[in-house]
Design a protein around this ligand. Structure first.
Ligand SMILES: [Zn+2]
Length: 241
C-alpha cells in the first residue's frame, strides 16, 4: 500500500467507516464500503473479503474501475466489488459507495412502495429511490444468484441509480453513494432509519412526505452538520475496540 499521506488518511477513515456501519446496523457480517483514491480518480480502495466489523488497514486492497485488483494483490476480494466499480466509474461526483442488506429497507425493493424522505435527515432520498431489477439485466437467464458479480451488472445498477445517491436492489439490499466517506455513512444510516419510520407511519395512515422543495432545502442544511454524528459514531467504535 502506498504511504502517501492522503491515501493513508483515506484508508484509515475507510477502516473506521467499516466499523461504524456495523455498529449502526447499516451492514452485518456482509456489506462493504469503498473510497476513490484521492490521488487517482481511476482507482478505489475496498477491503478484502472479510466482515466489515473486523476490517483493518492491512485488509484494504486497491482496484481499477473494472473491479480488477491492482499492485499484484491476489487476496480474495468481495464478489460484489462491481457495485463499487460500476458506480464510481459512472459517477465522478461520488467518491464513496456503501452496499448492505439492512432489513428495514428490503420491503421497499419488494413491493413497489417507494422509499421517500419522511424527515429532514434523509432528504437526500429526493423524490423517491429507484429499484434495480436484476432480472432485466441478467443474461442469458433472468434467474441469478442476485449478486452484482460482473461489470455489466455494476454498470446497469449505476444506470438505475441515475443521478441519485441511493438505490434499492430487489430481493437483495441497497447501495448508497456520496462525495465523501463521512457523507456516505451518514446517508446509509439515515436511509435505513427513514425506512423504519416510513413503515411505521404507513401503518397509521396517510404519510406526509417532504416535498421536493423541502427535501432540497433541508438536504443543504443537514449535510453541513455530518461531522457531528461522525464524531459520536467514530468515538463509540474506538471505545469498543
Ligand atoms: Zn449484497
Amino acid at each position: 500500500m502506498e504511504q502517501d499521506p492522503k491515501v493513508k488518511a483515506a484508508v484509515e477513515e475507510l477502516v473506521i467507516a467499516n466499523h461504524i456501519l456495523y455498529d449502526q446496523n447499516a451492514v452485518d457480517g456482509y456489506g462493504h464500503i469503498s473510497v476513490r483514491n484521492p490521488n487517482n480518480p481511476n482507482t478505489f480502495f475496498l477491503a478484502r473479503s472479510v466482515a466489515p466489523s473486523v476490517v483493518k488497514v492491512e485488509d484494504i486492497m486497491e482496484f481499477d474501475m473494472n473491479g480488477k485488483a491492482l499492485n499484484g494483490d491476489t487476496r480474495v476480494a468481495y464478489g460484489e466489488r462491481f457495485i463499487h466499480s460500476g458506480i464510481l466509474k459512472n459517477r465522478p461526483d461520488i467518491n464513496s459507495v456503501i452496499h448492505g442488506h439492512a432489513a428495514p429497507i428490503l420491503p421497499y425493493g419488494l413491493t413497489g412502495t417507494t422509499l421517500k424522505p419522511v424527515y429532514h435527515m434523509s432528504s437526500f432520498l429526493g423524490e423517491g429511490v429507484p429499484i434495480f431489477e436484476i432480472r432485466n439485466f441478467a443474461k442469458p437467464n433472468p434467474d441469478t444468484d442476485m449478486f452484482i458479480s460482473n461489470m455489466d451488472l455494476g454498470n446497469a445498477l449505476s444506470q438505475t441509480m441515475g443521478l441519485q445517491y441511493f438505490v434499492l436492489m430487489r430481493g437483495h439490499g441497497y447501495a448508497a453513494g456520496a462525495d465523501s466517506i463521512k457523507k456516505a455513512v451518514f446517508r446509509a444510516v439515515y436511509a435505513i432509519q427513514n425506512a423504519s419510520i416510513q413503515s411505521e407511519a404507513m401503518k397509521m395512515g396517510q404519510v406526509q412526505y417532504l416535498t421536493p422543495g423541502e427535501a432540497s432545502i433541508s438536504q443543504e442544511t443537514i449535510e453541513k452538520t455530518i461531522g457531528r454524528p461522525w464524531q459520536l459514531w467514530s468515538e463509540r467504535v474506538k471505545k469498543l475496540q
